[in-house]
Design a protein around this ligand. Structure first.
Ligand SMILES: Nc1ncnc2c1ncn2[C@@H]1O[C@H](COP(=O)(O)OP(=O)(O)OP(=O)(O)O)[C@@H](O)[C@H]1O
Length: 289
């Protein structure tokens, strides 16, 4: 019996594997310098008005995660089409279904608890690149869809509680959350939740208050307001990293055919029997994923 993987067909590019512990290229700053983020231990919140370019940023991150040999993807996309092209690379792809969304978040919470039990047993505080564990990148496009639009009030509240727990505890356990909302208001993003996101990106906002809700209180008054961004400048945003000051960036945009090409390749390197696919897990406790 041969165990050799099928030979790649012509046209499939071959490149070194990325890691979720590597810096992720997300665009350029106002001086034309490349902008990187490191998601392994940080969450990211993207907020701004519809059409501002939030999904562009999420797709950029999804591309890196899909190409990372140590990453697994969990996608929640109420519109189905924003992250839909990554479905074949994802462990879970949830559409407009609150029951499925709650199921996957409960499961992630269990994996997180298992990972913390494992860390504690090893006298450790966080997972590292050397642990041979996959980083489970959770992308949510659009928080408000699950927390305020579909489902009963009780289901919406459970969604918010589970998301909050994941955002609060997931990063040290290798489960970062990247979430977008076109409704940057206190009811959707209360300060206590906002502050758990180490990276925050404010795309064009209509009021200084909504810009502040994403970036943090007082930044608009200091001259960093996403109301400055022209409606025609899609993909422009202020990005702040925990402890830093907002930086004006332009997100690297992948069009649909570029995404299709990357997603195809990512699905190919993730075919069963290779990399960290669900059939190839590294430990009993991780199988809970
Ligand atoms: N970085 C970018 N560079 C150039 N154009 C962009 C960029 N990002 C987005 N666009 C353009 O803006 C359009 C809307 O972007 P996108 O879907 O990412 O917005 P959004 O904020 O996610 O909107 P929604 O809240 O409705 O989901 C894209 O179809 C594209 O044409």
């Amino acid at each position: 019996m041969t165990t050799t993987a099928p030979a790649p067909t012509a046209g499939i590019p071959v490149g070194p594997g990325l890691s979720m512990f590597d810096p992720i290229f997300v665009g350029i700053d106002e001086f034309g310098q490349p902008v990187y983020i490191t998601l392994a231990y940080r969450n990211l919140l993207a907020g701004g008005e519809p059409g501002g370019g939030k999904s562009g940023l999420l797709n950029c991150i999804a591309a890196h995660a899909a190409l990372s040999v140590d990453s697994r993807l969990v996608l929640l996309d109420g519109k189905l089409v924003e992250l839909g092209q990554w479905e074949d690379s994802a462990d879970a792809f949830i559409g407009p279904d609150i029951t499925a969304a709650l199921d996957v978040l409960r499961r992630l919470q269990q994996v997180m608890n298992n990972r913390y039990a494992w860390l504690r047993a090893h006298g450790r505080r966080k997972v590292t690149a050397l642990d041979n564990l996959s980083v489970i990148t959770v992308l949510v496009d659009e928080i408000a869809f699950y927390s305020a639009t579909i489902g009963s009030k009780q289901e919406q509240e459970e969604f918010v509680a589970l998301l909050r727990d994941l955002v609060a505890r997931g990063r040290a356990a290798g489960i970062p959350v990247v979430a977008a909302t076109q409704r940057p208001s206190f009811d959707i993003i209360p300060t206590s939740l906002r502050d758990l996101f180490g990276y925050r990106a404010a795309f064009r906002c209509t009021t200084p208050n909504s810009s502040n809700i994403v970036l943090g209180h007082g930044w608009a008054e200091q001259g960093y307001s996403a109301t400055d961004i022209a409606p025609t400048n899609q993909g422009a945003a202020y990005l702040i990293a925990e402890g830093g000051i907002p930086r004006r960036i332009k997100v690297a945009y992948l069009n649909d055919s570029q995404i299709a090409g990357i997603a195809d390749y990512a699905a190919w390197i993730r075919r069963p029997g290779t990399l960290t696919t669900p059939t190839d897990t590294t430990g009993e406790w991780e199988m809970a994923a």
